[in-house]
Design a protein around this ligand. Structure first.
Ligand SMILES: O=C(O)CCC(=O)C(=O)O
Length: 545
């Protein structure tokens, strides 16, 4: 960057970057209307109109509400909690909670339970579980539970402004893991292979539960949605007493007085429309590290509620090794929470996550498309420099420059903030844990991002040296640079939150990608934005003659 770029000046324009802030405000407003303190996603469902799934293919409407016969008002009914065995539990579930189904332990073979429990314990011993530090509005806080994502190769899952990266269960990646640095007992299956097998089992079981619960029974499968799970987010929850004493003490459920929650009210986000979520769980006795007998412990519950202002909430005990399902559009119209119990708990939450913008293949494509246009930008910058020196040179095609600025700017921003910074935000230990797959992929994306930094510098050179560039080109570049400057500031604010200060060094955010004296652009883009604003004024003066 030339000296002129480094000179900070006043009056940096705030062009389209402002659009981002405005839309963020609108999104925050919509989210806070949901009512749950840590909702991943607001459930729609005001009960009046059918909701069209984002795919546009499966329209649905909220389930009918249920008023308790003993309540005089909707408010009293909505403030009540039903448990299995209560008189009105069954009719209420049939009417207002269709799509919620619990399988007892016997629904799965004993070997599946034994293998899953062993795999979760091995993963814990390998240090794969950690707290996610999430952002909601301006609040940055760690999850009460520790978690790990496992799934299809290249999958990620985005929730509460954090992208988490899946440990791949792809056969080739398992083989690499098994033959490299993971020592394990000879006949043991790799834990990730076991998780993949559990996933396959739950896919089949979900398909069968979907078939059995169609209403009417011979209805078509059109509204079932997918149960082709591509990830599982596995949670590790401490027993209530330990969790209340931990660094991140549990909070009480405040609406119904249900006691401490390991996972607060929310509906799951980033799922394919109407897809099933299957949650398998297993409990361990804290004292002797033995799996508790399923009959022994009825202390863990899932809580469910509708948002219709009339239907009572449910509090459903979950014996160890049971599985519950949220079928079809259940997640769209209900919230769920996990009420802490007396033992250590693993829950494996199998999901059909969205894939449009959430896989390595996707972001790689974005990078390849952007990097492909860089030679053209380089040629334009060379012409602009020659023109600036008064040497005869080909005119820059400014409408083409505008298109390339947009392509490279969008790809650069998405790569940096949705991928590179999301990866390094989670610390060195997380990077180590992902050395088999993601570390190399992040390196690949970093190289593309570096090339795009150079591309953006060429855009700036075109605008600096061509006094005849149209205002639109300056505005576009100002938008691109301002958006990156703002996003970096927001990122550094988030990374310096006290939520991270409490973490061990190896789990704190790592300041990457790195900038050096020889980087094409500085990390702090404010001076660049100020310089650009000056060049824009100069170009306008030039045009006025
Ligand atoms: O553990 C459970 O039962 C559910 C966990 C959950 O809601 C989540 O991971 O989003």
């Amino acid at each position: 960057m030339s000296k002129a770029h480094k000179r900070p000046r006043d009056g940096a324009a705030r062009p389209a970057g402002a659009r981002d802030s405005a839309s963020k405000k609108a999104r925050r407003k919509a989210k806070s209307a949901g009512g749950g303190a840590r909702d991943e996603k607001r459930a729609p469902g005001d009960g009046s109109r059918p909701v069209e799934a984002p795919s546009g293919k499966i329209p649905s409407r909220p389930p009918p509400s249920y008023r308790l016969s003993t309540c005089d008002t909707d408010e009293a009914s909505a403030a009540s909690v039903l448990r299995p065995g209560d008189d009105e539990y069954e009719p209420c579930v049939r009417r207002a909670y269709a799509g919620f189904h619990v399988d007892p332990p016997e629904s799965l073979p004993r070997e599946t339970h034994d293998a899953a429990a062993g795999a979760f314990e091995s993963m814990r011993a390998a240090g794969l579980f950690h707290r996610d530090v999430l952002a909601a509005g301006n609040v940055v806080s760690p999850t009460f539970v520790r978690r790990v994502l496992v799934g299809d190769r290249g999958m990620t899952y985005h929730y509460q402004k954090l992208r988490i990266f899946a440990h791949s269960w792809h056969e080739d990646d398992l083989k690499t893991r098994e033959t490299t640095n993971e020592s394990r007992a000879k006949d043991d299956l790799s834990p990730l292979r076991v998780v993949r097998e559990l996933n396959e089992t739950l896919k089949k079981r979900s398909a069968s539960v979907l078939r059995q619960t169609r209403s009417p029974p011979n209805a078509s499968s059109k509204s079932d949605g997918s149960c082709d799970f591509n990830v599982t987010l596995i949670n590790l929850m401490d027993a209530k007493a330990a969790a209340l004493q931990s660094d991140v003490p549990l909070k009480d459920e405040s609406r119904y007085g249900m006691g401490p929650t390991s996972v607060s009210w929310h509906s799951d986000s980033s799922l394919q429309p109407h897809s099933t979520v299957a949650v398998y769980h297993v409990l361990f006795d804290e004292t002797d590290s033995k799996r508790t007998n399923s009959c022994d412990d009825q202390s863990w519950h899932v809580a469910l509620r509708t948002l219709d202002g009339r239907t009572p909430a449910l509090r459903v005990p979950l014996p160890s090794e049971s599985t519950y399902y949220m079928l079809r559009d259940f997640n769209a119209y209900h919230h769920h929470a996990v009420l802490a119990g007396n033992t250590r708990r693993y829950s494996s939450t199998h999901r059909v996550a969205v894939v449009e913008k959430d896989t390595f293949d996707y972001i790689k494509r974005v990078c390849v498309d952007a990097v492909r246009v860089l030679p053209e930008l380089k040629t334009m910058a060379e012409s602009a420099r020659r023109k600036g020196r008064g040497e005869g040179a080909k005119n820059v095609d400014f409408s083409r420059l505008a298109r390339l600025t947009q392509t490279v700017g969008d790809a650069h921003r998405e790569t940096e903030f949705q991928w590179l910074r999301m990866f390094w935000l989670q610390g060195e230990e997380h990077a180590q844990a992902h050395s088999h797959y993601w570390r190399g992929k992040i390196e690949e994306l970093t190289q593309a991002w570096d090339a795009m930094e150079l591309g953006l510098r060429w855009v700036l050179e075109c605008l600096r040296f061509c006094a005849d560039a149209p205002t639109r080109n300056y505005d576009l570049a100002l938008y691109v640079m301002t958006a990156v400057a703002e996003a970096r500031e927001a990122y550094f604010k988030r990374a310096s939150s006290v939520a991270y200060a409490k973490l061990p060094e190896t789990q704190k955010p790592v300041r990457l990608p790195a900038f050096t004296e020889t980087s094409p652009l500085p990390e702090n883009l404010r001076p660049v934005v100020a310089a650009l604003a000056e060049w824009k004024k100069k170009a306008e003066r030039f045009r006025r003659g």
